[in-house]
Design a protein around this ligand. Structure first.
Ligand code: MG
Length: 153
């Protein structure tokens, strides 16, 4: 399941390196000694958790289904394709990841969702691919890793 998540993320243009850059963005001011290798290690630990894997696969498969017009509902397809700001279920799925890592993960997710650093901004600007769930999943994985780091360093 872990390998499947990593390859799903890669197939949608997201690497662990990209997520590590987001974790550095979130934590560098608090832990100047933090480096990419440490971030990648923690991200991999987050991605080994079953609930996280389920959220990653669910979100990405919904993005793909919308893109391919394979969802059962046309209106939902349109909502996902235009990434309607009033939809909000993409954020709810992301909370599912953050909630596993406590309040620091949750507040970091809110922050990263507002700032949209690096890969998150690129995903948001994408025109050909539906990233409605993916940008939040990536933000949540980074925020979860930041939460986990905050408690371990
Ligand atoms: Mg979204």
């Amino acid at each position: 399941m872990y390998d499947k998540c990593v390859s799903y993320l890669a197939s949608r243009g997201v690497t662990i390196h990209d997520i590590a850059q987001c974790v550095l963005f979130l934590q560098k001011d608090y832990h100047p000694e933090l480096n990419e290798a440490i971030c990648e290690k923690v991200i991999k630990e987050v991605l080994h958790k079953r609930e996280v894997q389920h959220a990653v696969i669910t979100g990405i498969c919904l993005d793909i289904a919308a893109e391919q017009n394979k969802l059962a509902d046309e209106q939902l397809t349109d909502i996902l394709k235009i990434d309607s700001p009033l939809y909000g279920i993409d954020e709810v799925l992301a909370y599912g990841i953050c909630n596993l890592y406590g309040s620091i993960a949750l507040t970091n997710y809110g922050y990263i969702d507002r700032c949209k650093p690096g890969i998150i901004r690129q995903l948001n600007a994408h025109r050909k691919q539906c990233n409605t769930f993916l940008d939040d999943i990536v933000g949540a994985i980074a925020a979860a890793a930041a939460g986990k780091l905050a408690h371990s360093l």
